[in-house]
Write a protein that binds this ligand. Structure first.
Ligand SMILES: NC(=O)c1ccc[n+]([C@@H]2O[C@H](COP(=O)([O-])OP(=O)(O)OC[C@H]3O[C@@H](n4cnc5c(N)ncnc54)[C@H](O)[C@@H]3O)[C@@H](O)[C@H]2O)c1
Length: 345
C-alpha cells in the first residue's frame, strides 16, 4: 500500500525513446507496461512519427535528441537508432547524466564500445545493451537449467541464424553500407545468435577468432545503394576456459533459412527454438521438452534496465559485455581479411 500522506510513493524512472522504428516502439511498449517507469518523451528525426506516438501517449515529441536531453527531464533513454549513431548518441546521453540502454550491435567496433563503457563508468551511470534474446522465455529457462548444473561443464556451442534471402533495403539501406552499419549479416543478426550462445555458455573470455565473411549477393541490394558488407559469415571463437563456439549466419545463402543455438556440456546439452534439454536418466539418453512460459522479451529487457537503475545493479548485458561482443565481431572481420586467426586481448 502506498501511504501518500507520508509521501513514500516509489519514485518512477523518467524514460524516453530515441529512434522509433520497430525496436524503438517495442522499447516504448515495454516501458508503458512497467509501473516503475514513466515515459516522458519520444524522439525521431521523422517528426510526424514522433508527434503521432507522443499524441497517443500524452507525452512530448522531439526531432533532435540533444534538445530532448536538455529539456525533457529524463533519467534514462533507449537509443534505438541506426548503428552508426549508437556511440555518439549514447555518449551525448551519458555526458548529459542519463542512463542508457542501446540497441544491438553495441557500436560499430570495440573502440567505440570501450569509450561508451569508460564514459558510463566515469559518470557512474547504467549502460546496458539491448540483446533481447537473453530475455526471451526460452533463454531464461535454458539459463536456469544451465545454472542449476543440468549441462555440467559447457565446452562447445553452435550459433546459427540464416536467412535464405533477407537483405534489409528500402529506407533501411544504411544496413548494407559499412560506414553506417559496421558490417552486414554478422553484426546485424549474427550478433543475436552469438550473444545468446555466449550468454548460455556463461560469457567466458574470448581469446581468439578464426572466420570468413562473404559478400556474394550485392546484386540483390536496392539500386543506388552502397553494398560493401558481408551477406554471410562463419567463424570459430575460442575462450580462455578452453571452450569453443561456432557461429554461422546469413542474410542471403543458397541453403534453407532458419536458426538454432546448441550448447554441449559434460552432463547434458540444450537446443533452442524449440528448447530441448538432452540428458540421461536411469542410464538412458532422454530429451526433455520443457513447457516454455509466455514472456515478452522486450518487456523483460526494459524492466531489467529500470531495475538496474533503481537498485544500482550491473545489467546482465553489461557495458563490458558490449566491448567483448564487439571484440569477437571485429576479430571475425579481421580474420576474414588477413586469412589468419585474430588474437583477442
Ligand atoms: N533487437 C532487435 O531485435 C532489433 C530488430 C531490428 C533492429 N534493431 C536495431 O535497432 C536499431 C534501429 O533499427 P531500425 O530497424 O529501427 O532502423 P530504421 O532505420 O528502420 O529506424 C530507425 C529510426 O531512427 C530514426 N532516426 C534516424 N536517424 C535519426 C537521428 N539522427 N535522430 C533521430 N531519429 C533518427 C529514423 O527516422 C527511424 O524512425 C539498429 O541498431 C538495429 O540493429 C534491433
Amino acid at each position: 500500500m502506498i501511504n501518500r500522506e507520508r509521501g513514500d510513493v516509489a519514485k518512477k524512472t523518467n524514460v524516453a525513446v530515441i529512434g522509433l522504428g520497430w525496436p524503438g516502439r517495442e522499447h516504448l511498449k515495454g516501458y508503458l507496461a512497467n509501473d516503475k517507469a514513466k515515459v516522458v518523451a519520444v524522439c525521431d528525426m521523422n517528426t510526424d512519427l514522433a508527434q503521432q506516438l507522443a499524441a497517443e501517449h500524452g507525452i512530448e515529441a522531439y526531432g533532435d535528441h540533444r534538445q530532448m536531453l536538455k529539456e525533457a527531464g529524463v533519467d534514462a533513454v533507449s537509443v534505438c537508432l541506426p548503428n552508426f549513431l549508437h556511440a555518439p548518441v549514447s555518449l551525448d546521453a551519458l555526458k548529459a547524466g542519463k542512463h542508457v540502454i542501446c540497441e544491438k550491435p553495441p557500436a560499430l567496433d570495440a573502440k567505440q564500445a570501450r569509450k561508451m563503457a569508460a564514459t558510463a563508468k566515469a559518470k557512474k551511470l547504467t549502460l546496458m545493451y539491448a540483446l533481447c534474446q537473453r530475455f526471451s522465455a526460452e533463454t531464461v529457462l535454458a539459463k536456469d537449467f544451465i545454472d542449476k548444473g543440468e549441462l555440467g561443464e559447457i565446452y562447445y556451442a553452435r550459433a546459427v541464424y540464416h536467412r535464405r534471402r533477407g537483405i534489409p533495403g528500402g529506407s533501411r539501406s544504411w544496413f548494407v553500407d559499412k560506414a553506417r552499419s559496421g558490417g552486414g549479416a554478422l553484426i546485424d543478426i549474427g550478433v543475436h545468435a552469438l550473444d545468446c550462445a555466449w550468454w548460455l555458455m556463461g560469457t567466458p573470455k574470448p581469446v581468439s577468432v578464426s572466420g570468413m565473411a562473404f559478400g556474394k549477393f550485392a546484386h540483390l541490394a536496392a539500386e543506388g545503394t552502397t553494398f560493401d558488407v558481408d551477406d554471410s559469415a562463419f567463424a570459430l571463437i575460442k575462450f580462455a576456459n578452453g571452450a569453443a563456439l561456432q557461429i554461422e549466419c546469413s542474410w542471403a545463402l543458397n541453403l534453407p533459412g532458419g536458426g538454432t543455438i546448441q550448447i554441449a556440456g559434460t552432463a547434458g546439452g540444450a537446443t533452442m527454438s524449440p528448447l530441448k534439454i538432452h540428458t540421461e536418466r536411469n542410464g538412458v539418453q532422454i530429451d526433455i521438452d520443457p513447457e516454455v512460459p509466455g514472456r515478452d522479451a522486450f518487456a523483460g529487457q526494459t524492466a531489467h534496465f529500470v531495475e538496474c537503475i533503481q537498485k544500482r545493479k550491473t545489467p546482465i548485458v553489461s557495458a563490458e559485455h558490449g566491448v567483448q561482443l564487439m571484440q569477437m565481431l571485429d576479430g571475425i572481420y579481421q580474420s576474414s581479411v588477413t586469412g589468419k586467426e585474430t588474437r583477442i586481448r
